[in-house]
Design a protein around this ligand. Sequence first.
Ligand SMILES: NC(=O)c1ccc[n+]([C@@H]2O[C@H](COP(=O)([O-])OP(=O)(O)OC[C@H]3O[C@@H](n4cnc5c(N)ncnc54)[C@H](O)[C@@H]3O)[C@@H](O)[C@H]2O)c1
Length: 345
Amino acid sequence: MRKIKVAIIGAGQIAQTTHIPAFKSMENVEIVGVSDTYENVAGKVAKDFDIPFSCSSHLELLEKCNPDAVSVCVPNKFHYPIVMDALDRGCHVMCEKPPAISYSQAKEMADKAKSKGLILTYDFHFRHGTNVAILKDLIENGKMGQIYYTKVQWLRKAGVPGWGNFISKDMQGGGPLIDIGAHMLDIALYLLDYKKVSYVSAISSNLIGTKQSNGLMGSWNPEKYTVEDGLFGNIVFEDGTGIGIETTFALNMKEKDVRAVKVYGDELGASLFPLEIYSGSNRNYQAVNYPYISDGDLHNKALENFIDAIEGKEEVLVKAGEGAYIQMIIEALYKSAEKKEPVFL
Ligand SMILES: NC(=O)c1ccc[n+]([C@@H]2O[C@H](COP(=O)([O-])OP(=O)(O)OC[C@H]3O[C@@H](n4cnc5c(N)ncnc54)[C@H](O)[C@@H]3O)[C@@H](O)[C@H]2O)c1
């Protein structure tokens, strides 16, 4: 059996904890090399995971290893140039989320993948959950009725990431919206089948990250904190329905971490994490709990889906064009918060 040759670009936290172990566990995949700007990091990871080649330049990696596919695990700012280079050299690409730092970049990436006939997908791993699939099925079969409002939240009480570049707007393109809220927004847009957006409005804050210096996920330099610590917005579709989004790295609230996707239809309502379906009327709302369905490791599912798609066994669940769509909405929410006015799309 010919194995699929995969190279890893960026050897930090997500590469070490998810991409490399997942690919290592697949019989039909061979990791042929790894690169990181810091050669010593690439070298150590190659040694730790028994990867035969390491270097500091992704171009050298692509040239010397000639991989069939790459995983792009670098800070957001570098997704676009590295994905474009990999596509230009004929590689299928799994890129970490978010797709890029601007809509124009994400659109160009999707267009290039399409024109080259290559797979480009993103690690929006929550979308691979079985519970998401069940809810999608209920919506498509009309069981929920007409969905008129969806609420998405990823709120962290004191969850500014203390590692990497997550407090740098230049490197990441933003804070909690582009980093964690994007996961919940991705699920909602998928459930609602990428309806056409009319306009968005948002407010954002950066009063806590610029003042405090440590929290539950490590410490940071408040003087270098250039991203929002909270964004609160609305996305209004052309049919008059909408999504409310709330996402924070830091918020003076009771809970440590709140993750939610809540879908309200005129027949049933539902929420994820865990999946519950609500029916009834007036004060008699009743939660219908689905038996707990283990989702397994969703990063593994996303990476398996990528490899299966390369082998022609199935389609990728997260398509490149959908990545461009979410990037368009993220950009519009940031623009609205900055300009303090609605942004029409
Ligand atoms: N899907 C998820 O839930 C999830 C979780 C964590 C991180 N991520 C994403 O993964 C990406 C990386 O995050 P991380 O937590 O691993 O960060 P990290 O800082 O731990 O690792 C990034 C690595 O990339 C290297 N790097 C920087 N520029 C490079 C370049 N041009 N070429 C090669 N290597 C380069 C850095 O030296 C570093 O080792 C980000 O886009 C982040 O949003 C996704």
